[in-house]
Design a protein around this ligand. Sequence first.
Ligand SMILES: [Zn+2]
Length: 302
Amino acid sequence: MDHTHPYDSAHTQKAIGTLLKRFPILKMTSLGQSVLGRDIPLLRIGDPRKPTVLYVATHHGMEWITTEVLLSYVEDFCRLAGTERHVYGIRPSCVAENRCLCIVPQLNPDGADLQIHGIPGNDPVRERLLFYNGGNPDFTRWQANARGVDLNHNYNAGFAAYKRLEREKGIFGGAPTRFSGEYPESEPETAALASYIRRHENIRMILTLHTQGEEIYYSSGDCIPPSSARIAALFGRMTGYRPSRPEGMAAYGGLTDWFIQAFNRPAFTFECGRGQNPLPQNKASDIYEAIREALFTAPLLV
Ligand SMILES: [Zn+2]
């Protein structure tokens, strides 16, 4: 992987293009389009009729380092799957035959581009984005999509309760972070992903990468799917991250919450790395090394 260019949408597309050329085992389709019409790539390894693990990165603009981490896994997995080698006692070539890996490396391309580049002067939505950002032309703290919706609060899990918390915090509309949108799945990015998940009943587990905190969330409120605590403990030992149950505003409307509540199947939020967002890009390799075993092991647990 290229560790020198930030993973904006263009660089992500380029990196995916290179991986597709190198590894015939890797397939790509489109999950859908972002608010500003950018494509959201969906990568697949294996047969989707097999038990499937879904990996998702970059819900949040400041967290585009997770795209690089997830693409590092794709590269690593594909390279090993072309051999008979073992890693952590697992043979990726065998996993590729018996499981399916679905990967959404960048759910929020608009947010990543805004965080990295700011808004170009001729952008047709410039005024609106500036308004959402409180008039501030500095978008380096931007987490949301291009309508100021925090995608990881836009899923249908505790939405009404979250709305009350949001208003208490003085958030009434589009914002750099934490605005949950008008209604669940109001955004094309979340609608596309939730719809894909509903249509693919073989998805048995979801791993979502965020930054930061070195924690693994595995519950939604009081809801803990069978085996989730055990798997979180296992991932905790593998990564050195702390299995945790989210509290406060973090406990509502996320992909992990929705999947747990809607399907009663295990889902995990990895809060990767430690420091202040956005984490510097040179942390990507360390983060990947820390969570590598968990990423490789997940398909064996479904
Ligand atoms: Zn996040």
